[in-house]
Design a protein around this ligand. Structure first.
Ligand code: HEC
Ligand code: HEC
Ligand code: HEC
Ligand code: HEC
Ligand code: HEC
Length: 218
């Protein structure tokens, strides 16, 4: 076979090929790093809200129960956000002139709900349900962090598939008695290992099927 390319051209071709491969690898690695970074997952970032509502104030200091404002959390897939009337049970008497609360008063007067911006969300093709997690002893704190410590709510976890699966593969170390799921800064009792073992059977939890695709994509 006659030689069409000089040995030099061969060298160049090899250089270009390796270069392309290397660049491809860099892009893939960089892309994965970006996808996993807090920049894209939004972990720890405060979201500007129409009213600077503070869990630190209302939960940490006043001690209001999660269910007072997120009343869907035990009964439906969504936890839900409070209606303006819920704020007004207190703020029609308290801080009635505060400028910070002007959007709340305007919302009550106009009947237009406050537009809270979402902090946590999963894509539409993912099925998620709050009530089942709460009933099976998975705490708010486990997925949302210690919301009572921060003035503005931030996302505590990436909510990626890998993150969900991390617990679904082995839920036991993440469980607590269901009556304690609303508590923040919960301290496990000494015999928690024993309690968790019994919760798996008492609450009828089935780790062997929890990673089936159908569970979250239906
Ligand atoms: C007095 C009412 C009130 C109480 C009590 C309350 N919250 Fe909230 N919560 C809100 C409001 C209003 C928002 C929307 C603004 C924001 O994101 O901070 C919110 C947002 C959140 C979000 C983020 C929602 C999103 O967009 O993803 C989480 C998580 C949350 N609350 C958890 C809790 C937990 C856990 C408790 C109990 C320990 C609790 N909240 C108690 C009013 C309340
Ligand atoms: C159970 C009573 C109660 C409910 C319900 C309630 N608040 Fe409050 N809120 C208070 C009290 C008490 C304070 C004052 C806290 C302080 O300064 O010590 C306060 C303070 C505030 C402040 C200003 C102080 C700060 O820095 O947090 C804002 C803004 C506010 N509330 C928004 C809301 C919104 C929005 C809702 C509805 C989602 C709501 N509150 C529901 C009792 C309540
Ligand atoms: C197993 C993890 C997990 C647990 C436990 C959990 N959440 Fe969530 N939460 C999520 C995810 C995921 C979303 C986003 C859901 C979506 O996009 O549909 C979310 C969204 C929310 C929202 C935004 C509004 C909504 O209904 O989607 C609020 C408020 C909230 N959670 C409050 C709570 C409270 C209060 C508790 C405890 C009683 C709790 N969550 C327990 C994972 C969890
Ligand atoms: C910290 C642990 C934990 C995390 C994190 C978690 N889950 Fe779960 N999940 C559970 C447990 C425990 C059950 C109950 C399983 C059972 O009853 O067999 C469950 C059940 C479910 C179910 C109901 C399954 C059924 O039988 O109908 C769905 C859907 C689900 N999880 C989706 C998700 C998604 C989506 C995420 C991530 C956004 C997630 N979960 C994150 C612990 C977790
Ligand atoms: C415990 C819940 C859960 C289970 C089980 C699960 N997924 Fe997912 N999956 C998710 C979540 C949450 C996302 C969205 C991730 C995001 O937004 O970053 C996702 C995203 C995806 C995507 C979109 C691409 C991506 O990686 O973001 C594909 C494809 C997918 N899942 C396939 C599967 C297959 C196949 C299985 C079974 C082997 C499976 N999933 C089981 C929760 C789950």
């Amino acid at each position: 076979m006659p030689q069409i390319f000089s040995s030099n051209a061969n060298g160049i071709a090899r250089f270009v090929l390796w270069g392309a491969l290397f660049a491809g690898m860099l892009i893939a690695l960089g892309g994965t790093a970006l996808l996993r970074s807090n920049f894209l997952t939004g972990v720890g970032e405060a979201v500007a809200q129409p009213v600077p509502f503070s869990h630190k104030h209302h939960v940490g200091q006043l001690g209001i129960d999660c269910r007072y404002c997120h009343d869907g959390v035990e009964t439906s897939s969504a936890a839900g956000l409070p209606a303006t009337e819920v704020c007004m049970t207190c703020h029609s008497q308290l801080f009635t002139d505060a400028a910070m609360l002007a959007p709340v008063r305007a919302s009550l007067a106009s009947g237009k709900p406050l537009e809270w911006r979402r902090v946590n969300s999963v894509p539409d093709f993912v099925f998620f349900n709050h009530s089942i997690h709460v009933a099976k002893g998975v705490a708010c704190e486990t997925c949302h962090g210690e919301v009572d410590d921060v003035p503005l709510t931030t996302r505590a976890e990436p909510l990626s598939m890998e993150w969900c699966l991390g617990c679904h593969r082995d839920p036991e170390p993440n469980l607590r008695p269901p009556q304690d799921v609303f508590l923040m800064h919960w301290k496990p009792p000494e015999d928690i290992g024993q309690i968790r073992k019994s919760l798996i059977s008492v609450l009828d939890i089935h780790p062997e099927t929890m990673t089936d695709c159908y569970v979250c994509h239906r």
